[in-house]
Design a protein around this ligand. Structure first.
Ligand code: CUA
Length: 385
């Protein structure tokens, strides 16, 4: 076997010229076992598991994955992520490979001489300062540009206001005069400029297929660009802990073809019909009017002159979702209901019977409704399409 070349060590020795051979007897223990100790073996297995599981996560068809961008803005983030990921992976492999190689090739062996000790190497140090600086600059320039671009809405974007509440998202369409909740309906191929704020605490709007996360801050406005190429249903979630039912505060974007979106707008602009007297829906309306629902909820009726419908606009300070087109939204209660395995009607029955039991901390109280009242309410709410 060839004698090992002395590696260049920097800044280690007091005397750079010193070379000597260590007597073997001084460290017999160090060479006895090359098997890792138990904690190291465990850490190795855990690390391997972590690496494998994170790889498989990329493959999982998760509704909240950032790896399936569905619009140009999410694509832009994805386009930044992968080059940075592969650069980082290449650096990891080169650095770790060099460490492992050096640890094996230059390990202490019987009869080996102490390597030549040197103090500093200007060429090497300049090289390994300049290369990372260039890599970081190469990553930083598109990243910073991306951050600014992703914040500034295009001038022709459609404005939708998103207001965070404990625990649901409210959507206002100022140009169309629409007020809705839980489902953000938007047209395909059209940028939406979300102007966001919160009515209570910090929330965070996140629909991973359409863009990254952005805070909703009380008393402030934040902006988020959203766009989808094709019609589809995109799920998201409030991404900031905002109280008891944060985990049940979902976001959902329903992207429609432009013509379907226009039809949806026209339908949403229509007022709610007043049901015929004597029907279950009429009885349900009476429950709504007399059981305190109007303290928080608003319904825009066709016939606001009717005596029975006077003074039913909720206080602006504390409002629940506008119910005018409640039945047109397939989800409610922060887009959490109905969850899988529960029909819409079953979920609505459960919800109306005791909201805080379904959604802890819910500001909609248990109104002590009878089953008859619940059935009537549902009969009426089904007319709010
Ligand atoms: Cu809103 Cu978490």
């Amino acid at each position: 076997m060839k004698g090992p070349k002395a590696p260049v060590l920097i800044g280690l020795a007091d005397d750079p010229a010193a070379t000597y051979t260590r007597p073997m007897v001084q460290h017999p223990r160090r060479r006895r076992s090359v098997r890792p100790t138990r904690p190291f073996r465990f850490a190795g297995v855990a690390l391997l598991g972590l690496v494998l599981s994170s790889c498989s996560l990329i493959e999982i068809d998760s509704p909240l994955t950032t790896f399936e961008p569905a619009g140009p803005i999410a694509d832009r983030i994805d386009g930044l992520f992968w080059p940075v990921f592969w650069i980082a992976t290449a650096i990891f492999l080169v650095v770790q490979g060099a460490i492992v190689f050096a640890a094996i090739a230059f390990r202490d062996r019987p009869g080996r001489q102490e390597p030549k000790q040197t103090h500093g190497n200007a060429k090497l140090e300049i090289t390994w300062t300049v290369i990372p600086a260039l890599i970081l600059a190469g990553i930083a320039i598109p990243t910073v540009r991306g951050v600014f671009d992703l914040t500034e809405c295009a001038p022709d974007a459609m404005t939708i206001e998103i207001i965070g509440h404990q625990w649901w998202f409210e959507y206002q369409y100022p140009d169309q005069g629409i007020e809705t909740a839980n489902v953000l309906v938007m047209p395909a191929g059209q940028e939406v400029c979300a102007v966001m704020t919160s009515e209570d605490v910090l929330h965070n709007f996140w629909i991973p297929a359409l863009n990254g996360k952005r805070y909703l801050v009380p008393g402030q406005e934040t902006f988020l660009r959203l766009e989808a190429y094709e019609p589809g249903d995109f799920w998201g979630h409030c991404a900031e802990f905002c109280g008891l039912s944060h985990s049940l505060m979902r976001a959902r974007a329903l992207v429609l073809a432009p013509a379907d979106f226009d039809a949806w707008v026209a339908a949403q602009q229509a007022a709610a019909p007043v049901p015929a007297e004597g029907t279950p829906a009429w009885d349900g309306l009476q429950v709504y009017l007399n059981k305190g629902c109007t303290q928080c909820h608003t319904v825009d009726f066709e016939d606001n002159d009717r005596e029975v419908l006077d003074n039913i606009v909720a206080e602006p300070g504390f409002n629940g979702p506008n119910l005018t087109h409640f039945a047109s939204r397939s989800v409610f209660a922060g887009a959490y209901l109905p969850y899988e395995g529960l029909s819409y009607r079953q979920a609505l029955t459960e919800w109306l019977a005791n909201p805080p039991e379904v959604k802890p901390g819910s500001f909609m109280p248990d109104l002590g409704l009878t089953q008859q009242e619940i059935d009537d309410l549902i009969a009426w709410m089904e007319t709010l399409s």
